[in-house]
Design a binder for this molecule. Structure first.
Ligand code: S2G
Ligand code: ZN
Length: 473
């Protein structure tokens, strides 16, 4: 947009939201123009911080009238650059719209503003012995609107599903500035197209989520967490099968990390490795978690017996069962440190893929061979949600000196791993979404009816193409 048009729009937005609600100075905008990894950055004409759904609606209407593009933004914890401006957009930060609207302990639902962090929402639920079971390391910053827009997964999808399964109602500001109030706190609403589902995972390209009704679950009486060095990926899968049969109603997390991942954490965060006091050198490990609703020893006994038989079969070489909350937190701190630890080596390549669980050994073997063929001094940092078939097939340089070489190989690595995952019947983006990072993979791998339907939905709901241009499609 020409400068005078920008100035005119900024003037109108300032009138609508007040001076404190519109950031124009580059120094004030900077924090909103790049992601936490510093991997994606851009320039907005301004960043606005509306205080209510009505202010969002007013601002969207002003942008639509001016033909200005919009980037909805939550906590900026995404990994595919989906909430980062490219150039010339208006960034809508939802951070000031963060209230608890209501909570219904009997119906186990909670209505919240989109800007509430996931951690705050989980704390509200816990006060009523309930839980919002989306388990991601970034819960302190990730916002409810963002995890809905990206359909975030996390570590207990195995039991509770993705964010999609948690949403019963949505409030969305549409690209023309109208507000859709779909905040229905009922499990069943079979009245035509499931419109909430269209917006969940749409990455801000169809509208701005400003509120949600979330389906909560009873909080467990206790959580049992084990950390186990594992002999191989096949052994891990064999143990998964045993645990699923002995803890069918309790197993919530089955996280895998390969030896290179464990070595990376041990190098970058020795204090976290020391807290686990793992015997021997870095080996592949599992983090296993079960929820106990009985308040008896039954679940613990079943988990213990399953691990003992895993030891006897040689599937695991040790089994640390958390004896305290602090020890459980040490296990998770180790696991959640992976993402940041990758930053320590200069450049991190991330490929969040899923395949049918039985194909994971082939994915790891063939994927590692592909990477070795593309980039000599790179190491596969493979970890993630083995229990639901989602592996973060990340790649780090052998050392910081090789970071540039890896950066140069990234497009080839991403394309090869995307093709491999899709070829194995899986997905080139399991939980992180498309954003800027995987847009080309979407265009290449989902061409035909799938992409055509997406484009038609996009043009039907956002005919001006103002919502988050350059992301996803
Ligand atoms: C995880 C997040 C980050 C990454 O840790 O489960 O979803 O680096 C990932 O891939
Ligand atoms: Zn993940």
């Amino acid at each position: 947009m020409p400068d005078h048009a920008n100035d005119e729009l900024i003037r109108k937005l300032t009138t609508a939201l007040g001076k404190s609600g519109v950031l124009t100075d580059p120094a004030d905008r900077m924090a909103y123009e790049s992601d936490w990894r510093g991997r994606y950055a851009g320039n907005a004409i301004c960043v606005i911080l509306p205080r209510s759904t009505q202010e969002v609606a007013q601002a969207v209407a002003l942008c639509a009238a001016a033909g200005a593009s919009i980037v909805p933004q939550g906590g900026r914890t995404g990994l595919v650059g989906g909430a980062i401006p490219l150039a010339g957009e208006v960034v809508f930060s939802l951070e000031r719209i963060s209230a608890l609207r209501s909570i219904d302990p009997l119906g186990m639902t909670m209505a919240v503003d989109a800007g509430m962090t996931l951690g705050a929402a989980r704390a509200h639920a816990a006060r009523h012995q309930l839980d919002l079971p989306v388990l991601i390391g970034s819960e302190g910053s990730a916002q409810i609107g963002g995890i809905i827009a990206t359909n975030a997964g996390g570590s207990n999808v195995l039991r509770h599903g993705m964010t999609r399964q948690r949403v019963t109602g949505l409030e969305v500001v549409l690209p023309d500035g109208r507000v859709w109030d779909g905040m229905r706190p009922v499990a069943k609403d079979n009245t035509g197209y499931a419109l909430q589902q269209v917006f969940i995972g749409s990455e801000g390209t169809l509208g701005i989520v400003t509120g949600a009704v979330l389906q909560l679950v009873p909080a467990p009486k206790s959580v049992l967490t084990a950390f186990c060095p594992v002999a191989s990926i096949d052994a891990a899968l064999s143990l998964l099968v045993k645990l699923r049969s002995s803890l069918p109603d309790a197993l919530v997390a089955f996280e895998y990390m390969n030896a290179a991942t464990v070595a990376l954490i041990s190098d970058q965060r020795p204090e976290l490795a020391a807290a686990l006091a793992l015997p021997g050198g870095p080996s592949a490990c599992l983090l296993i978690e079960a929820e106990d609703f009985t308040g008896t020893e039954a679940t613990q006994d079943r988990l213990h017996d399953a691990l003992v038989s895993g030891l006897e079969r040689g599937e695991i070489t040790d089994a640390l069962l958390a004896q305290s909350v602090a020890q459980r937190e040490a296990f998770w701190a180790f696991r959640e440190a992976i993402s940041f630890a990758q930053n320590g080596l200069g450049h991190s390549v991330k490929n969040d893929v899923s395949v049918p669980i039985g194909s994971i050994p082939e994915l790891l073997t063939r994927g590692s061979a592909l990477i070795a063929g593309i980039c000599a001094d790179a190491q596969p940092i493979c970890y993630g949600h083995l229990g639901d078939g989602n592996i973060h097939f990340n790649v780090s340089p052998a050392s910081r000196d090789h970071a540039d070489a890896l950066r140069a190989c990234e497009p080839a690595i991403n394309a090869a791993l995307a093709d491999l995952a899709e070829g194995l019947g899986g997905s080139f983006s399991a939980e992180h979404g498309v954003g800027q990072a995987k847009r080309d993979s979407l265009a290449r791998l989902r061409a035909g009816p799938e992409l055509e339907m997406m484009r038609r939905i996009k043009s039907a709901l956002d005919p001006q193409g103002l919502m988050n241009p350059g992301k996803l499609l």
